[in-house]
Design a protein around this ligand. Sequence first.
Ligand SMILES: NC(=O)C[C@H](N)C(=O)O
Length: 311
Amino acid sequence: MQTLDRLTVILGTGGTIAGTARTAGDGVGYTAAQLRVDDLLAAVPGLAGQPLEAHQVAQLDSKDMDGATWQRLAQAVDEHLRRPEVGGIVITHGTDTLEETAYFLHRVLAPEKPVVLTAAMRPATALAADGPQNLFDAVQVARAPGAAGVVVALAGRVHDATQVRKVHSYRVDAFESADGALVARVEEGAVRLLGRWPAGDALGLAHIARPVALWPRVDIVLNHAGADGRIVRALVAAGVDGIVAAGTGNGTLAAPLDAALREAEAAGARVLRSTRCDAGPVMNLPGQLPAAGALSPVKARIEMLLALLAS
Ligand SMILES: NC(=O)C[C@H](N)C(=O)O
């Protein structure tokens, strides 16, 4: 049973939450000069005196997130969660690929203790930085009785790793859950549960232990007006192992793209149809390439990568 005085471990990975702005009015997230996770904690007076421990796992703009950093992060999360005195983990991350890291950790670790990813849309030195409040909220989520699984806490809302997407390039509340279903809200430091904490079956760290240079190659191809099969054929020639097609609507594909994907499948590549729409599932229909269900293209890519790692 979780008690309120258990330790929360904060793992820093970089992102705009750790970024410094060029000028006080720069609200876009210049991240070249990055603050360490201890500096981020020091900027949140409300966290003083709480049982926290901070470690720097990476220091990058999350557009540059990669498999090796995921391996290191999953390893660190697993190690800290095994410590009986640790009640939960907070990960500070960039917003750009946050939903991918959250989904990856969910599928690999499916932790019983809470793992809360948080971020900021504005740099730490912006006039009205959002990082300190998000970090404070994330710690409250990690310490909330009953909290579990991989979630994302940002702008007072708590999202399930499987549902969350970045939907806005600039707004402070840049994330949404598919169909609007939130796990919880954070109000004045209190966590109000609205849904369920995420749960699932963990694949385990051994599943991703292969050196990243030997991981299968999975790419995403977009359907659009005038799309043809040239990119797909180039990918097959380059030795791609899997292709996620971000289709239109319910995963529909222009005829030449569909034909090229079927050729890729016949040549041995795994193929999945997802949708470029912001929400909604892609249904499996007779005679069509396999569907990714409710997974967004980037999460379907992770799912395929993990499936191919098993083979
Ligand atoms: N707001 C942000 O965090 C954006 C930044 N480029 C990142 O993902 O690291």
